[in-house]
Design a protein around this ligand. Sequence first.
Ligand SMILES: Cc1ncc(COP(=O)(O)O)c(C=O)c1O
Ligand SMILES: N[C@@H](CCCC[NH3+])C(=O)O
Length: 445
Amino acid sequence: MTLAELLPTLGDSLRGKLEAGIWPRSVRHGHDGDLMFGGLPLSQLAARFGTPAYLLDEAEVRRRCQEYRRALHEVEIAYAGKSMTCRGVLRWIAEEGLSLDVCSAGELAVARSIGFPAERILLHGNAKTPEDLKAAIGYGVGRVVLDSLDEIEQLGALARYPQQVLVRVTPGVDGHTHKAIATGVEDQKFGFSLASGAAEEAVRRVLAQPSLKLVGLHCHIGSQVSRVTSFEEAARRMVGLMARLHAEHGLVLPQLDLGGGHAVPYLPGDPDFDLAGFAQRIRCAVNYECAAHRIPVPRLTIEPGRSVVAPAGVTLYRVVTVKHGPSRTFVAVDGGMSDNPRPSLYGARYAVRLVGRRAAKGMRAVTVVGRHCEAGDVLAQDVPLPEDVHAGDLLAVPCTGAYHHSLASNYNMVGRPPVVSVCDGVARLLVRRETEEDLLARDLG
Ligand SMILES: Cc1ncc(COP(=O)(O)O)c(C=O)c1O
Ligand SMILES: N[C@@H](CCCC[NH3+])C(=O)O
């Protein structure tokens, strides 16, 4: 029996303890079954901002930035903007002293609009368009992470010396994560293969471009990776490559970017990422390999996205209807795959909780579904909810701060939810709800 199957059978207090790790640390029990989030009752936030709504606990995001900086004080922490970008969040990231990884001119435009320091920005992307490259050069971003031979030539022609660049390497390391987000293994679209020699060829090409200044190497083995050993192995392989480049070209590269991908717990019982262990073992692996190859230790960069914002987010939904099928009960809510495509894309699992009232009955396993025209529009399968859950109830889904707002669509012409930040009892609308007028405004008839 899995923990998810076991949960409905557990008493409230044991279930509460198991669930504690997947909610932001500010969450407290409120009156009559409510939950306090950043000092405000969830039911009050739902009444004020409507549902569905993405909530973000500002203090939790900032605390996570600080934890990264403390655990890895000598390492550059570059927040991966693809996980959640809006001006409010990027301001927190800038204030907390992190760098920023963007992967399009669009993400860069948001960063630029709040004056995110250009020298702390890295531009990523396996297929950067000329517009992406021009925008990066125009803003003077610190580093561009090169991902194809075409891009090396294009950037070489557009840039002015010394445009700092890294070369993205595919180290051939398995992050043991979902196939769709495993980027360290061979035979996929990202980076230059280490095993085939493509990475060394890319370095040669960069060195031949007078406008580019190669400052380091980059790799990213995937997302939602929990095994520190995979990062360690990638670090060792990357230092090995740096040593070969040193021997071949006399190159001393001052930077090594090990990407992001640190896993977070989505369900009760999922392990938390061992940040202290990661810090210690990466440091050891890099120092040891550098000493063994007699090359200087590079400055490390990491690019966490999910692990900075996911656990700070909660999504609120209103139940629209409850349908009792022959083998399961469907609880349908006013959102779905347009605000959270992760279950359909990656088979992602979530916990769901009734808030705003006390349940009169015990728990049973139900399937929470969305309002979209697809049978696969499932938000959470076999989750425990009270037997008396009914239309109008408020549901809260934790761990939705990353890859929710950023992956959202307006499928079925359903407007995207607002993003609301909450801190010390004050709620602030960061991104307003997408309206029918917004949707119609783009349609020129
Ligand atoms: C190059 C790069 N860096 C960082 C990240 C951030 O990953 P995560 O949000 O899993 O930390 C990604 C996404 O997987 C990425 O592609
Ligand atoms: N969108 C993915 C993560 C992608 C990581 C970006 N390279 C997720 O929701 O898990």
